[in-house]
Design a protein around this ligand. Structure first.
Ligand code: IPM
Ligand code: MG
Length: 359
């Protein structure tokens, strides 16, 4: 077992961001203590708080701190306060600049139901019992998010563009992810309408020849939205473009009980990744110690597994979360079936108490 030194760029952001990130840092500190690693944290301002301080959502100097780190942990950005800021200066623009600046084209969003929370799913028991365990691989730095945006008079335009190379690199991640799981890849697009989707489909089928062990299927995005609630057990890995992945991952998270539980990793060609829960900044509950920090805590676990090659440490965090749920503790978002109500900070503490080396 080696002791490692890692420098983590920490973006607390807006709304509930600071509260949830602080819980993940408590957990990382406990992991460092148990396993003899050293994690140092570099604070980075991004989002609405950066607009207030510097007049822009991600100044170059803040982005540089992220690029020089071993990985980035992010809470959430945005809020009503910055709603009237012009489009190119909005808090979300900071996040898009960060993703593009880091080159993290591959966003991995698991939709897995925790057995302890199966009754929190809005789906029928028979559907939940068939199993919900799939991953959405979302292209993250292309498509309509990064095409030209303009408003001229009463006409607004957003350009959706993909090159074969952009599709191929995310397609490969889809196939490789499926190879490590149940070898089923569902490529989701809108090829009955969009040229970019027809290209997407063509590239996926070309790649399929290199992955004969993977069963590739095609699905139109509107059908996929329906299938996720009708029969989620059919999915193993879903690969899709940026905007479809944004929408489908919110839907997929909700059928597992709460969007507050879902982590994500975003990686490019280096080991420096971006790790963030998939939910937003929830300004309505910010500062009330009510938020669920588990999505962020599990994002920190993903950082250990995917960027720092610390699989045992990552598993220890996941087991500590599972034990917390076993004991019946619940933040407000997953209280629908009762339980022992705890706040954000207490949730972090209880998960730390469950952390043990080698389990
Ligand atoms: C997400 C979010 C972001 C996105 C927003 C905040 C720009 O919804 O990470 O899913 O659309 O990618
Ligand atoms: Mg989203």
């Amino acid at each position: 077992m080696f002791s490692l030194n890692k420098n983590i760029a920490v973006i607390r952001g807006d709304g509930i961001g600071p509260e949830i990130v602080n819980q993940a840092l408590k957990v990382l500190d406990k992991v460092a203590e148990l396993y003899g690693h050293t994690f140092t944290y570099t604070d980075v301002d991004m989002g609405g708080c950066a607009i207030d301080k510097y007049g822009e959502p991600l100044p170059e100097a803040e982005l540089k701190k992220c690029l020089e780190s071993d990985s980035v942990l992010l809470g959430a950005v945005g809020g009503d306060k910055w709603n009237d800021v012009p489009g190119d200066k909005r808090p979300e623009k900071g996040l898009l600049k960060l993703r593009a600046g880091m080159g993290v084209y591959s966003n991995n969003r698991p939709a897995k139901i925790w057995p302890q929370l199966s009754s929190a799913s809005p789906l029928k028991k028979s559907i939940v019992d068939a199993g919900i365990d799939f991953i959405i691989v979302r292209e993250l730095i292309g498509g309509i998010y990064f095409g030209e945006h303009k408003t001229e008079g009463d006409v607004a335009t957003d350009v959706l563009k993909y090159s074969e190379a952009e599709i191929e690199r995310i397609g490969r991640i889809g196939f490789e992810t499926a190879r490590k799981r149940n070898k089923k890849l569902c490529s989701v697009e809108k090829s009955n309408v969009l040229d970019s989707s027809r290209l997407w489909k063509k590239v996926m089928h070309r790649l399929a020849e290199e992955y004969p062990d993977i069963e590739l299927s095609d699905m139109l995005v509107d059908n996929c939205a329906m299938q996720i609630v009708k029969n989620p057990a059919q999915f193993d890995v879903v690969v899709t473009e940026n905007m479809f992945g944004d929408i489908l991952s919110d839907e997929a998270s909700m059928i597992t009980g709460s969007i507050g539980m879902i982590p994500s990793s975003s990686l490019g060609s280096s080991s420096c990744g971006l790790y963030e829960p998939i939910h937003g900044s929830a300004p309505d509950i910010a500062g009330k110690d009510m938020a669920n920090p588990i999505g962020t805590i599990l994002s920190a676990a993903m950082m250990l597994r995917f960027s720092f090659d610390m699989p045992d440490e990552a598993t220890a965090i996941e087991n500590a979360v599972s034990e917390y749920l076993d004991k019946g503790y619940r933040t407000a978002d997953i209280m629908s079936e009762g339980g022992n109500l705890v706040g954000c900070s207490k949730c972090g503490e209880l998960i730390c108490e469950n952390l043990r080396k080698g389990c």
